[in-house]
Design a protein around this ligand. Structure first.
Ligand SMILES: C[C@@](O)(CCO)CC(=O)[O-]
Length: 296
């Protein structure tokens, strides 16, 4: 039977979520071990478009581009990425689905077109995507990203670990973006501060000759400060605050939410595996539903 396959992976945002929507830089890291795959196969009936479902929107976006809106296909997603947790599941679903549709019809798809189509699909998912999620889910390496300006690869090389802990609470990027918008000009000062913190982190990562340990300390502190600013923007919640506090008590150099907010994941930076274990233990006691560890 004819079939098409597409693949992508998860991501986290080290710093700069939300402020990136307003033109400030962000740093994001692909999580290549947490994968997603989409399979497209022949079906008896035409594809049914549901505009409230990210996957359906992505498939439709690809079919529309190929002028095959009435194609008789069905699709299936196999994903390790929990949805609505700030781990890029909507961008990754879109990437995998669009690739699978193009693969099914044996059409060429370069990265530029893929990104454009993902962006179109993402607009339906949360209105004003900066493009950061899609770019990170398409990347093999950490990136520094500025909306409408592009990206550059960034070498982290810290010999440290990120503990990524899922609160189990669905975040809502669209609502979180709306919360920030509704603060009006009151948000400006917090967004600017996030931009400054990101610039500071980029400097440490790219220009600083200190020991890795000192860099990790500084980066951790910046992460925690960023979380405070995200709190000022009303997108942290009680459980993420508890995770951040606990991770730091257990020895994390710093911690923050990652992604859209209002739930989702907290990321904590740890200097070594002993600290990783302590953080994990603490966060499991606080109700973490799932924990991943990424060396950075
Ligand atoms: C909240 C946000 O900054 C990140 C969502 O993962 C939105 C975006 O960049 O499109």
């Amino acid at each position: 039977m004819k079939k098409g396959i597409g693949k992508s992976h998860s991501k986290i945002i080290l710093i700069g979520e939300h402020s990136v929507v307003y033109g400030y830089p962000a740093i994001a890291i692909p999580l290549k071990k947490i994968e997603i795959e989409c399979l497209v196969e022949e079906a008896k009936t035409s594809f049914f478009y549901n505009k409230t479902d990210t996957l359906s929107v992505a498939v439709f976006t690809a079919l529309k581009h190929l002028k095959k809106e009435n194609a008789k296909i069905k699709y299936k997603i196999t994903s390790q990425i929990p949805p609505k947790r700030g781990m890029g599941s909507s961008a990754a679903v879109s990437i995998a689905a669009i690739q699978a549709v193009f693969d099914y019809f044996e059409e060429n798809l370069d990265d530029e077109l893929l990104e454009k189509l993902v962006h179109t699909a993402e607009i339906v998912a949360h209105n004003t995507p900066s493009g950061l999620d899609a770019k990170t889910c398409l990347s093999d390496k950490a990136i520094k990203f500025i909306k409408n300006k592009g990206f550059s690869y960034i070498d982290l090389n810290l010999d440290a670990y990120l503990v990524i802990a899922d609160t189990g609470i669905y975040g809502n990027t669209g609502e979180a973006i709306q919360n920030v918008k509704s603060l009006g000009s009151k948000a400006d000062i917090f967004l600017k501060k996030l931009g400054e913190l990101t610039d500071e982190m980029v400097k440490i990562l790219t220009e600083n000759n200190e020991s890795k340990e000192k860099k990790v300390d500084k980066i951790g502190k910046i992460m925690t400060k960023a979380n405070t600013e995200l709190g000022n923007l009303h997108i942290t919640i009680e459980k993420t605050d508890l995770f951040v506090k606990t991770a730091i008590e257990k020895g994390a150099s710093g911690a923050k939410i990652s992604g859209g907010g209002l739930g989702g994941c907290v990321i904590a930076l740890a200097k070594n595996l002993d600290i990783v274990e302590k953080i994990k233990e603490g966060l499991i006691k606080c109700g973490a539903e799932n924990i991943w560890v990424e060396k950075i």
